[in-house]
Design a protein around this ligand. Structure first.
Ligand code: B1M
Length: 211
């Protein structure tokens, strides 16, 4: 039987083989992909974060947990494909310069892709210049910026500033997200929107595309 806690423990302990096995068990038993994702995988990374903060675990353990989480997400990906595939439009997403966190950003990208959007995932440590060049080159309608560190959040503002300075601010909506980012911060730096999680980000993008 699918054991939510055992899956959390597998991710926390960096045991990717067990994580894969348990995710497969959940799927076989008909547990919803979003339930496995939110109830076990993301929940486990929250515990990992708390333990990292309190000094109970260190980077190697965190990396192993991240790897186990990603292995689980890979299995869930095809199951989370959304039904409607009609709206193809350009979205650019990336983690800002100086920041190497990509699990959450990739989840957002995955949900957008599965919703039928044309998504360009620029990866991590993306300088403002690259975002700006990609907006121009791909004629993008939406840019999603991710930052997990308080020290890299200002890069979001720099990216917005550069796009503005290059006269392209009116052609794109810029959305921000990531563990440390807030609605208030989004407003402070002049972003068009903030999403606390991947589901909200996907809904926000869709409503912009529709509007
Ligand atoms: Co990092 N790390 N880390 N880390 N790490 C945090 C973020 C931290 C909160 C841990 C802690 O201390 N409690 C802390 C930041 C503190 C702060 O600044 N306030 C921290 C630190 C300090 C660091 C280092 C500096 C540690 C060091 O070297 N001393 C270092 C920095 C490296 C760098 O980036 N330059 C570092 C490194 C790493 C690893 C490489 C080991 C690894 C990343 C692996 C990877 O991503 N491939 C890692 C991890 C895994 C974490 C934690 C534990 C988990 C992050 C995660 O993947 N969460 C994290 C603690 C935590 O957040 N609980 C932590 C799961 C993921 C699904 O959630 O990314 O929040 P999240 O994404 C969500 C939403 O935020 C939102 O949707 C997602 C899905 O719902 N979202 C968006 C994300 N991006 C969005 C974009 C959008 C919209 C929504 O656009 C519109």
């Amino acid at each position: 039987m699918f054991d939510r806690k055992a899956l959390m423990e597998a991710v926390i302990g960096g045991d990717d083989m067990t994580a894969v096995e348990l995710v497969n068990t959940g799927i076989a038993e008909g547990v919803a992909a979003t339930e496995i994702l939110n109830g076990s995988l993301i929940a486990a990374m929250d515990v990992v974060g708390d333990r990292m903060e309190s000094g109970d675990i260190f980077l190697p353990e965190v990396l192993m947990a991240a790897r186990a989480m990603s292995a689980g997400v890979e299995i869930l990906k095809p199951l989370m494909s959304a039904d409607d595939q009609e709206s193809k439009a350009g979205v650019i997403i990336g983690t800002v310069k100086g920041d190497l966190h990509d699990i959450g950003k990739n989840l957002v990208a995955m949900l957008l892709e599965s919703g039928g959007l044309d998504v360009t995932n620029l990866g991590v440590d993306v300088p403002p210049e690259t975002f700006m060049e990609q907006v121009k080159e791909r004629n993008a309608k939406i840019v999603c910026l991710s930052a997990l560190l308080t020290t890299t959040m200002p890069m979001m503002k720099e990216t917005i500033n550069l796009i503005t300075e290059n006269g392209m601010r009116d052609q794109v909506k810029i959305l921000v997200g990531g563990a440390s980012v807030t609605q208030a911060y989004a407003e402070e730096i002049g972003a068009d929107g903030y999403a606390p999680d991947a589901g909200t980000a996907a809904r926000l993008v869709k409503s912009i595309m529709a509007g």
